[in-house]
Design a protein around this ligand. Structure first.
Ligand SMILES: Cc1cc2nc3c(=O)[nH]c(=O)nc-3n(C[C@H](O)[C@H](O)[C@H](O)COP(=O)(O)OP(=O)(O)OC[C@H]3O[C@@H](n4cnc5c(N)ncnc54)[C@H](O)[C@@H]3O)c2cc1C
Length: 488
């Protein structure tokens, strides 16, 4: 990965006097102490001034949850620092630029119907590029269209008699849509729950639509082809899909966290700085000390918001609250492989998602990213994105690539020379999403104790939106405790 070398410097000053300079990422700006020129991939050694390490709130983790928490604090002019272990903002929502191709770190779709996202993001500035509302299902050696009748009526009528479900199934989809649209998000998240597969059976969907459509489509969203994920998450996603479009930002999925970070004040984000531990102070109830991996400490007068992913939260918060489990359910994992191709080697120009309804093979879904957003590749080139569910730890990248090429050659037949596609890179994401099988609580209280708050997608719905909501709510819990906002 080629990333520009940037100068990284720091000194800690109290109460929001950090300033940042934005190039590709937010960085600390020289004030008094300078360290060295570092690559964003190399953790810098930050030297802190011992007397100047205090702020109002420390937010740990600059994923969507941490960014949303920071934005909420900033809207109330609360001094804060956002401390991030890695070399950029976004957490799981990052994009790499490889030879002019925008490679999202795993296949991600931004659904415009997400309610919190609508409130906090500027969609126009994200230049969102739409997917076809539906999918092409690979089944029985061919492709069959499943289309949203409200957006592609003609296709939907044509698809009524295809083998991806019965006509009854297609009317049940319409009824499910009405059911979720007539419920509030709160009702959905607190509804009686079961697994998604049980819900689908209870509604009366046939095995053919479950196996050929729901398993690859929602299994691809949950990274769970068994559809053991809670029915609450299914209903929420189904509702958001009905309310909005599936999109990609023209500049890559990382444009979302980067837009959020750009709303924060200069030098409020510190990159390459893993937090090691958090301890409450004796002198004040809410004050906490945050110890960094490099041995330095920071003090947060009003409290700390921990916005790291679930396995990290378990480590950082071990023994601090019964609300944080000692052991978590096995997370959801995925592998995403990227290829480049010439235009002639691509079967369709459509911005459509292909899903595997055949019940065979390792590919769950794939699409031609440049068909959705031409900016995802250099002129004349096509970016191919292929997703698998699970981590395939015992299979090498080379073997996975070979299997995928063989499988897709079978999908697309002789007219498309899949073998000529150039392999670019794979991403194996072990913790793609928290496991949200029942029983779940998707509205967990962010407060662990006075001055200690948690957020992240594992506290709400395992979605962009859930992460954003949880970050805002953690900040609001802190503000309420500090009586810095009127209780609503
Ligand atoms: C491949 C993939 C596809 C996805 N697809 C979708 C999708 O299509 N739609 C959707 O809605 N959601 C999708 N998701 C889920 C979505 O990305 C997450 O729910 C959301 O981004 C979680 O945000 P977060 O802030 O809770 O956690 P994270 O993004 O994990 O952020 C946590 C941050 O904390 C930092 N951190 C960890 N430990 C420390 C430490 N000790 N000190 C300092 N910092 C630390 C991490 O580096 C990270 O930046 C997908 C996820 C993946 C991986």
């Amino acid at each position: 990965m080629t990333i520009a070398t940037l100068s990284f410097t720091s000194s800690f000053t109290p109460h929001h006097t950090f300033h940042h300079r934005r190039r590709r990422h937010h960085l600390l700006k020289p004030t008094t102490k300078i360290s060295s020129q570092v690559s964003l991939t190399t953790p810098p050694s930050i030297t802190l001034q011992p007397t100047l390490k205090k702020t109002g709130v420390i937010v740990v983790g600059a994923g969507l949850a941490g960014l949303a928490a920071a934005i909420r604090l900033h809207s109330d002019n609360i001094p804060f620092l956002l401390v991030e272990a890695s070399d950029g903002v976004g957490g799981r929502v990052r994009t790499d630029n490889v030879d002019g191709f925008l490679l999202d770190r795993g296949f991600q779709i931004f659904i415009t119907g997400y309610p919190e996202a609508r409130r906090i993001l500027d969609y126009e500035a994200l230049d969102l590029q739409k997917f076809y509302s539906g999918a092409k299902v690979y089944y029985g050696g061919g492709f069959h269209t499943v289309a949203d009748p409200l957006r592609h009526l003609g296709d939907a009528i044509q698809s009524l008699t295809n083998p991806i479900g019965t006509i009854v199934d297609k009317s049940l989809i319409a009824l499910t849509r009405i059911r979720v649209l007539t419920q509030s998000d709160d009702q959905i998240f607190s509804a009686e729950e079961t697994s998604t597969i049980n819900l689908l059976k209870r509604i009366g969907f046939s095995d053919s639509i479950v196996d050929r459509f729901f398993r690859p489509f929602f299994g691809g969203i949950f990274f769970d082809r068994d559809l053991e994920t809670t029915s609450r998450l299914f209903d929420f996603i189904f509702k958001c899909l009905a309310l909005g479009d599936n999109t990609l930002p023209a500049k890559g999925i990382s444009a979302i966290p980067e837009q959020l970070a750009s709303k924060l004040p200069s030098n409020s984000i510190i990159l390459n700085t893993p937090v090691k531990s958090i301890d409450s102070d004796s002198e004040s109830e809410s004050s906490h000390t945050v110890r960094l991996n490099n041995g330095e400490t920071l003090k947060a007068e009003y409290g700390v918001i921990i916005a790291v992913e679930e396995p990290e939260a378990v480590k950082l918060l071990a023994g601090k609250s019964n609300d944080i489990p000692v052991q978590i359910k096995p997370p959801r994992s995925t592998v995403c492989l990227y290829f480049s191709a010439d235009r002639a080697q691509v079967p369709v120009p459509d911005p459509v998602l292909f899903i595997n309804g055949s019940g065979h093979g390792i590919v769950n879904n794939m699409f031609f990213a440049t068909n959705v957003a031409p900016s995802y590749g250099p002129p004349g080139k096509v970016l191919v994105s292929v997703s698998l569910i699970g981590l395939y730890e015992d299979v090498s990248d080379e073997d996975l690539k070979t299997k995928v090429v063989e499988e897709l050659s079978g999908w697309f037949g002789k007219e498309v020379s899949v073998g000529s596609w150039k392999y670019l890179r794979s991403y194996r994401v072990k913790f793609a999403q928290p496991n949200q099988c029942p029983p779940t609580d998707l509205q967990k209280n962010p407060k662990l104790g006075l001055g200690l708050y948690v957020c992240g997608d594992y506290r709400t719905s395992a979605t962009f939106d859930g992460a954003l909501v949880s970050g805002r709510k953690a900040a609001e819990a802190l503000l309420k405790d500090r009586s810095l906002v009127q209780a609503s």
